[in-house]
Design a protein around this ligand. Sequence first.
Ligand code: AHR
Length: 497
Amino acid sequence: ATAQNKVTINASEGKHVISRHIYGHFAEHLGRCIYDGFYVGESNAKIPNKNGVRLDVVEALKKMKIPNLRWPGGCFADTYHWKDGIGPKAKRPTIVNTWWGGVTENNSFGTHDFLNMCELLGTEPYLAGNVGSGTVQDLTEWVQYVNFEKDSPMSNLRQQNGRQAPWNVRYWGVGNEAWGCGGNMKPDYYANIYRQYSTFMNPRVGKEHIFRIASGASDNDYTWTETLMKNIPGSMMEGLAMHHYSVLSWGDGKKGSATQFTDQEYFKTMQQALLMDELIEKHSAVMDKYDPEKKIALVVDEWGGWYNVESGTNPGFLYQQNTMRDAVLAGATLNIFHKHCERVRMANLAQAINVLQAVILTKGDKLLLTPTYHVLEMYNVHQDATMLPIDIKSEDFTLDNQKLPAVSVSASRDKAGKVHVSLVNIDPTKPQEISVDLKGVKAAGLTGRILTSASVHDHNTFENLTKIKPVAFNGAKLSGDNLTVTLPPVSVVVLEL
Ligand code: AHR
């Protein structure tokens, strides 16, 4: 058959680097993400750990190349008082986790635990500060506690608590979802609050110039972005956030099952996922008006599929399974981030373990790598590589007179000169043949890996951990400057040329 999908890789036009930080993750004190996910406690003899952090988690996330990790929330961040989580664990106060299940938080996983864990993971921490219920002083002192080297009350306290050298944390969120759980603020009000907080978060504390990220818009709230860009000087803000989840409905219990979804629900999830392209374009256009040189990064610090919780689990814990739907959602979204890499320089998938679109699920001492994990691991070849712009003409994936592009493609050249092409077919009903004009790519060879399964509903379980895993791909043919690729229904492929 003649390929209906046509792609051109404009290999000589690569200008912008795909920051590895768009491959970031998110760890909130929510459900079983921290406790029973990352952290099982120092006294746990059954699960191998270092200072309470699961070593199988560390190994898996290192292999995936996790570049940064956002903590402690989310909504939790604006209820969190960091001083509750330092010093001897037995003496730490408890608090109620009001957003997530109303459970008691014993603060046994605090600043030292998190930042030391980031060192173990070889990942950069991204701390989300409490603006909603905290004070300017609290946040300023947190910056000093973790970043200040010389003699000072906060650095001395850190040293008393066992840590000599500062951690030099670069990424700082100034509140979270200030329009909602972070304080239900209006954009004008938050812009002023942001200016106040960021003024005192001295950017020169420690060795690093810190990177302050303003709490950003929800989905298509362009007024939020406009108001912040207009009212906050570029010298006070290094990043501006935006959150977009692929969700069917925000009503309680109306998000559909993570595994037993209908064709219509599948289509709608993909529609929501691909909407990311338009959202980024429009938020970027607003940012361009005030920051044409693109100095301020657009930080998509929460994204992913959000479904009903698994039956029998706490509705406040947001525990969901993860299928091939999530794999293609992740692949297509990362391709969108690549396309916009000049402006989108950081993103965080929500969330790393046991919450929403997780890369890892745990059950006792067992650890499950989800289809989403495999996509992030396969795609890590794009981290810090130069994005090669592409032209694409895709066939439609249609349902009930509605259509979406079936195919999504992205390409980059890494520092060693290797070109990687990631391709996604979201159509669960048919394979897609793609003709790729390599236009200037000197292919040194052709190898690839594929992630697919017979049904879009397929997923890994604790009984069958490896039903879905990447395998060698032999559906691509190279002939001169042309590459022909046949993608099976619902599949993600990464090629190396
Ligand atoms: O990721 C779950 C929640 O979604 C986060 O806590 C919040 O920021 C968002 O509304």
